[in-house]
Design a protein around this ligand. Structure first.
Ligand code: HEC
Ligand code: HEC
Ligand code: HEC
Ligand code: HEC
Ligand code: HEC
Ligand code: HEC
Ligand code: HEC
Ligand code: HEC
Length: 382
């Protein structure tokens, strides 16, 4: 009911041009001004029409896409994500790249498409932030790192069905913060309105002023923010077109999400050099095996940076052995009594995840490697 009322008011306001004044100010000259010279002369018409608009929409004029989408999924996702609904379909009518920009309900002659590249999301949305799901109070109880939707500020809105949509993060009429975002995302301000990661506040990645200029990562080097802190979550995640769909990470190779900076170019510690040494945890040898939700008793043999480090909870203050150093804060492990724990107290508890002698584990010890190491010692490596 409320929605119908808003639409009637909107339609009237649109016809009398009251809204036009408001929207004009920020659409004209923006990437959403599809007028020939971006002079605002046709600022609304590829999206809206006062007559013969699509029923049940805000006077929608653009031809909708009829594609079926590949949607976001991950082993840690609690939300029930479905095919795009509501305003998402309006955005995707141009941004999936299958309907021409000028193709409206009245004119099917369009021939220009969203250019290939970052703005063309395509029909594979599995590498984009999940959308078109109900962001409910229950979801925030199920996933304790998600804030209650009640706490959302006025500029961040769910639709009338309580669903998170493109327009929750974007306002297609206002480009004053760039990327048509509803609020600026410096320091991941936008992300933090919904995500409440355990341990994040005051961590090195939240607060480091190191420059990302030399990162081995095109996405980071092209970012409008220059420091690790200002990129925030985007140091490792991307809201769209991520290299690894699950959890939206920059790179498919797990360790590259760390080595892009920990190669002596952004962070001071050069782990890339460490990996070239004879002995070590050869994280580069494993791909697609580690999973955030893995069962350590049945997981196939592997080791990744995030098996030992929690990327959201890294601080660097020394601790006295055998207590776990702070770089192992909030990492899971196995106790001397062979119990799985979510957060280790002692350093060895991290190692016991893979090197303990639990007979239930597939490969309890890494004999092969130890043998190799002895071999290299015999050969006079040291
Ligand atoms: C690139 C596409 C695009 C352009 C260009 C555009 N709009 Fe919109 N407009 C939308 C979308 C998408 C929605 C639905 C937003 C939602 O559901 O939150 C919308 C909604 C609206 C609404 C309804 C608001 C509401 O909350 O229901 C009005 C009024 C409106 N637009 C006016 C305009 C005017 C005036 C212009 C031109 C100056 C314009 N729009 C240009 C995409 C566009
Ligand atoms: C009528 C077609 C059309 C519709 C509908 C449309 N867009 Fe766009 N959008 C464009 C075009 C064209 C560009 C510029 C693409 C380019 O140059 O790469 C663009 C660019 C963008 C950008 C990048 C802006 C920047 O600063 O580079 C964002 C973000 C965006 N659109 C979001 C949305 C969202 C969200 C919706 C739905 C609410 C939407 N768009 C609906 C045509 C559309
Ligand atoms: C959870 C917030 C969020 C949601 C939901 C979201 N976006 Fe974005 N989007 C962003 C952010 C943040 C950026 C800025 C670029 C960046 O940080 O990589 C962005 C950038 C874009 C761009 C510009 C391309 C780029 O990589 O710079 C387009 C186009 C876009 N979004 C369209 C959409 C569409 C269409 C939807 C719905 C299917 C959508 N977005 C849903 C947060 C979101
Ligand atoms: C309006 C609220 C909102 C905003 C803003 C938002 N998110 Fe989300 N995000 C969610 C919800 C809700 C989920 C689903 C959580 C779940 O299913 O447990 C989610 C899921 C995710 C996931 C996938 C988690 C998984 O387990 O697969 C990632 C990664 C993510 N968001 C990162 C970001 C980043 C980075 C930003 C900022 C660019 C951002 N989000 C902005 C609400 C939001
Ligand atoms: C230093 C890199 C890094 C930063 C910075 C980072 N993340 Fe992550 N995040 C990861 C990695 C890697 C994973 C997957 C961990 C795994 O597979 O064990 C992850 C997992 C997640 C997940 C999955 C759910 C879960 O239970 O953890 C969400 C949601 C998420 N990140 C959101 C965010 C948000 C929001 C921010 C910013 C406030 C952020 N991340 C900052 C690297 C990072
Ligand atoms: C965007 C760049 C960037 C990415 C990506 C990144 N880091 Fe960092 N990391 C830093 C910076 C900068 C510091 C602060 C210390 C410094 O300047 O050397 C830091 C600090 C740390 C520390 C604390 C110890 C120390 O040297 O201060 C650990 C541990 C760490 N990172 C691990 C990781 C892991 C694991 C990943 C991948 C999941 C990762 N980092 C991804 C830039 C990054
Ligand atoms: C997630 C599983 C995992 C965890 C946790 C883990 N390791 Fe390992 N470790 C391995 C694997 C797999 C190898 C075999 C070498 C390789 O593939 O990198 C290995 C090899 C080793 C080696 C032999 C290195 C060589 O070059 O031959 C030593 C020593 C070692 N680990 C010590 C530790 C210590 C100490 C800890 C705790 C701080 C630890 N490991 C935690 C999986 C793990
Ligand atoms: C087998 C577990 C394990 C793996 C795998 C692992 N680390 Fe570590 N890392 C540790 C431990 C334990 C420490 C603390 C060492 C100490 O206190 O002397 C540490 C320390 C660090 C530090 C701080 C170094 C310093 O000098 O202060 C950084 C940065 C770091 N690791 C990043 C990474 C990155 C990036 C990867 C993946 C390429 C990675 N680690 C893989 C266990 C691991």
């Amino acid at each position: 009911m409320k929605n119908n009322w808003i639409h009637i008011v909107s339609i009237v306001m649109l016809i009398f041009g009251i809204w036009a004044g408001i929207a004009d100010a920020t659409i004209v000259g923006s990437p959403h001004d599809l007028s020939p010279d971006q002079d605002g002369s046709m600022a609304c018409q590829y999206c809206h029409t006062p007559h013969q608009a699509l029923a049940g929409t805000p006077l929608w004029n653009h031809k909708l896409s009829d594609k079926i989408y590949h949607i976001y999924w991950s082993t840690s996702l609690d939300a029930e994500v479905g095919q795009p609904t509501g305003a998402n379909k309006l955005c995707l009518s141009c941004h999936d790249g299958t309907v021409a920009l000028e193709t409206t309900l009245q004119n099917s002659q369009g021939s220009t498409f969203i250019p290939p590249g970052r703005t063309r999301l395509g029909t594979d949305l599995s590498d984009d932030h999940p959308v078109s799901f109900v962001y409910s109070e229950d979801l925030s109880i199920e996933d304790t790192q998600i804030l209650s939707p009640e706490s959302l500020p006025p500029k961040i809105n769910l639709d009338q069905y309580g669903e998170l949509q493109c327009v929750t993060c974007h306002n297609p009429h206002n480009n004053s913060f760039g990327h048509f975002l509803v609020i600026p995302n410096q320091g991941s301000d936008l992300c933090l309105k919904c995500h409440n990661l355990k341990g994040w506040t005051n961590t090195v990645h939240e607060s480091s002023t190191a420059l990302i200029d030399n990162a081995d990562d095109d996405y980071l080097r092209n970012s409008e923010f220059r420091t690790v802190a200002d990129n925030g979550c985007s140091a490792c995640h991307r809201p769209h077109s991520s290299g690894e769909p699950q959890r939206l990470l920059h790179f498919k190779e797990e360790e590259n999400n760390c080595l892009n900076c920990h190669n002596g170019q952004v962070a001071a510690t050069d782990l890339a050099a460490e990996l070239n040494k004879l002995s070590g945890h050869k994280v580069r040898n494993y791909e697609g095996i580690h999973d955030l939700k893995e069962n350590i008793n049945s997981a196939e043999e592997h080791v990744e940076c995030v098996d030992c480090h929690n990327p959201h909870a890294l601080i660097n203050t020394p601790a006295q052995a055998p207590l776990a150093p702070d770089v192992l804060q909030m990492v899971s492990g196995v106790t001397a009594e062979d119990n799985f724990i979510e957060q280790v107290i002692y350093e060895y508890e991290v190692c016991f995840k893979c090197h303990g002698s639990n007979p239930n584990r597939v490969d309890a010890t890494v004999h092969r490697v130890i043998t190799q190491m002895r071999g290299s010692l015999k050969a006079g490596a040291i």
